[in-house]
Write a protein that binds this ligand. Structure first.
Ligand SMILES: Cc1cc2nc3c(=O)[nH]c(=O)nc-3n(C[C@H](O)[C@H](O)[C@H](O)COP(=O)(O)O)c2cc1C
Length: 207
């Protein structure tokens, strides 16, 4: 089984999402010893944000691209191949300003490619990357699963929408929320997340 492990928490030593993705991967290694892991740190090595030049280059044949466009097209291909080779994707997705980190968005901008991960038809879009499993870690300071801020969640809902768009509806979210609401709430959130990891990752599920 091939696994792609992505992290996007900004401060490595303090990141809750990083600690939880590491725990998930550790557990997967224990339950599925033959797992092959590719790790990508999207903060240390962020893909460039798309620019007009990069986007234009994607539509050109190789010989017509300038050096920058060639380099960026190679990065897009490499990220896509890495993603498409994986059966399981473990993604650390902190909530920053109600949404995902821009580094993770920049990665998604390379992964959502017409003809590779989705296509448009007369009846709407069709996802081409189905059959994969996504385990997303959601870490957030406040509470968005219930209460007045539910509609401000552009993180978990966005991830479900974007992976769903490319055909992946098998998404498990491991959530640690309320981590900025005092020590007790933080500890409770971490305990809940660890319990969810233990329940989610069993050898039976990924066999
Ligand atoms: C730049 C920044 C923006 C944040 N924005 C939000 C937010 O909009 N809502 C929220 O509940 N928490 C917010 N937080 C708190 C984080 O979601 C929380 O610290 C979480 O643990 C981040 O994941 P990490 O520890 O892996 O970085 C923000 C934190 C930072 C650093």
């Amino acid at each position: 089984m091939k696994l792609l492990h992505l992290d996007a928490g900004l401060i490595e030593e303090q990141s809750i999402s990083r600690a939880l993705t590491a725990r998930i991967v550790e557990r997967l290694q224990a339950t599925t010893p033959e797992v092959e892991i590719v790790y990508r740190d999207l903060v240390k090595h962020p893909p460039n944000h798309l620019s007009g030049e990069i986007l234009a280059g994607a539509g050109l044949r190789e010989g017509a691209r300038n050096a920058h466009q060639r380099e960026e097209a190679e990065i897009t291909d490499m990220l896509l191949e890495e993603f498409l080779a994986a059966e399981v994707i473990v993604v650390g997705a902190p909530m920053y300003n109600f949404a995902i980190p821009s580094q993770l968005k920049a990665w998604l901008d390379r992964i959502l490619q017409a003809g590779r991960t989705f296509r448009y038809t007369e009846n709407g879009s069709v996802g081409l990357a189905g059959g994969r499993k996504v385990i997303a870690v959601s870490a957030r300071g406040g509470i968005y699963s219930q209460g007045p801020a539910v509609d401000s969640d552009f993180q978990e809902r966005y991830l479900r929408a974007v992976f769903g768009f490319i055909g992946i509806d098998d998404i498990t979210v491991i959530r640690a929320e309320g981590v900025a609401m005092g020590d007790e709430m933080k500890q409770r959130a971490l305990n809940t997340a660890h319990e969810a990891i233990a329940e989610t990752i069993t050898s039976a599920e990924l066999a």
